[in-house]
Design a protein around this ligand. Structure first.
Ligand code: EPZ
Length: 419
């Protein structure tokens, strides 16, 4: 169990470069199964979730080779379609393998992916969509047995614009006879990145980025090119850290057009935001103004993955802020940790009322999920005294050596690696 120790009081100043987005890379690590030739993911972040997806690919018989920040995957030797229980239960994004495994082998045996600290994480929409593609699915003893040998294109309606279900069904549909349309599809930039990757492999995916995505199936797929997509959540996290600490941070590589909802909230609380081609800069005020309403919703709405760090921002704002978490059913666990630092937050179901305080005090806190963990470290940058964030290794699921990036920006922060 690692811990990250922070001594607060120093504004963050400087610049950092953002890498390829975790939430774009993970589905691409599924898409590599759709052809046998080796493919490379450039500018790939070294993250726990990426390592776990590589472990799954290796288990299935593939080979994953790092060369600096490039990750080459060869699936020629892939010969298994049963997902290892242990990893599947631990890694939600293992579900992104279901569609590609079905497309590659016509069969898949999976266990239910673990829920995690932000909610129950069901996969009913994934399964409903696969059944619409004529996949026979039996659920027995916690396992899902899929027979997708005769997938047929279909018109699928998602009850909710699920990112993972959209991506899974896009990849499965490349092997279905005929045309598939996914209605009420997720519109995140990561969906477009996946569609671009699939099209570079010879697929025909249109409409990605809109709520209606069409895939023509059964086209021969070949080695393609994965173009990097800057991680909008990592970029948003460090820009918000400038707002929390009254600093001045520039994120090189960040795309302002993928962060409109976040940048608008940063300006609303008094930051000066300069978004130009290839970088975004945030200059924080001495003390942020309250945010009357932060509501998470599917893209292009305010991202749920930015909710925790914005709650941290609101705890030191000059007034009372209201946050609604509409995407996941339990993503406010950070509130109790922030309260240990002196924050005053009232949680009622999906609503959190955050009354800004003049000062946070350093404390021992626990990282309950990767975004909450990052937010607690950032709160420690503002708090008086020492903050120790326990269970800090969960932060590595989505942030590469967060302590190094923050140190580079002037923070007093160290990681103490546990056993
Ligand atoms: C993706 O998760 C991201 N993960 C999440 O990022 C992100 O928070 C989420 O999309 C929303 O943007 C990856 O891309 C690897 P969903 P995903 O399916 O696909 C419910 C991070 O911190 N739902 O869009 O799992 C679900 O419970 C992570 O980087 C069903 O009910 O999210 C949730 O309430 C956290 N049934 C809502 O939909 C289903 O079959 C949105 O989930 C699928 C989802």
């Amino acid at each position: 169990m690692d811990k990250i120790c922070v001594v607060g009081g120093k504004p963050l100043c400087g610049e950092l470069c953002v890498k390829n987005a975790k939430n774009a890379v993970l589905p691409m690590l599924g898409a590599v199964l759709l052809c046998k030739e080796p493919m490379t993911i450039p500018d790939c972040p070294h993250l726990l979730d990426v390592d776990n997806m590589c472990a799954i690919l290796n288990h299935l018989g593939s080979e994953c080779i790092w060369n600096g920040d490039s990750l080459m995957v060869c699936t020629e030797g892939a010969n298994k379609y049963e997902m290892p229980d242990k990893i599947a239960r631990e890694l939600r994004s293992s579900i992104f393998m279901l569609g590609p495994v079905l497309a590659r082998f016509g069969h898949a045996i999976f266990s239910y992916p673990g829920g995690c600290d932000i909610g129950s994480r069901p996969i009913d929409m994934h399964l409903k969509g696969l059944r619409a593609l004529n996949v026979e699915i039996k659920e027995e003893g916690g396992h899902i047995y899929c027979d997708g040998g005769k997938m047929k294109g279909a018109s699928i309606h998602l009850d909710y614009p699920s990112v993972g279900a959209t991506e899974n069904l896009m990849m499965a549909a490349t092997a279905a006879e005929g045309v598939t349309t996914i209605n009420n599809a997720a519109r995140e930039p990561e969906i477009e990145a996946l569609a671009d990757a699939l099209n570079s492999m010879g697929a025909r995916v249109t409409g990605a980025g809109t709520s209606s995505v069409t895939i023509i199936g059964k086209l021969p797929l070949h080695k393609g090119e994965f173009l990097p997509l800057p991680d909008r959540i990592v970029a948003g996290t460090f820009l918000t850290a400038a707002a929390v600490t009254g600093g001045d941070v520039t994120v090189k590589g960040a795309r302002g057009d993928h962060l409109h909802s976040v940048l608008s909230k940063l300006e609303e609380c008094g930051c000066r935001v300069i978004a130009q081609k290839g970088e975004v800069r945030c200059i924080g005020p001495a003390r942020p103004k309250e945010l009357h309403l932060v509501e998470t919703s599917p893209y292009p709405g305010f991202p749920t993955d930015m909710q925790a760090v914005f709650m941290a921002l609101c705890t030191i704002a000059n007034g009372t802020s209201i946050i609604f978490e509409n995407v996941f059913d339990s993503r406010f666990r950070i509130a109790a940790e922030l309260a240990c630092m002196g924050a005053t937050i009232t949680v009622k179901d999906r609503m959190a009322i955050v009354r800004g305080v003049d000062r946070l005090n350093g404390a021992n806190v626990n990282a309950c999920d990767l975004r909450a963990g990052a937010a607690l470290v950032i709160s420690g940058l503002r708090a008086e005294g020492l903050t120790t964030v326990f269970n800090a290794q969960v932060i590595d699921r989505g942030y590469e050596a967060i302590e190094d990036t923050l140190s580079m920006l002037g923070a007093n922060v160290v990681r103490v690696s546990g056993d």
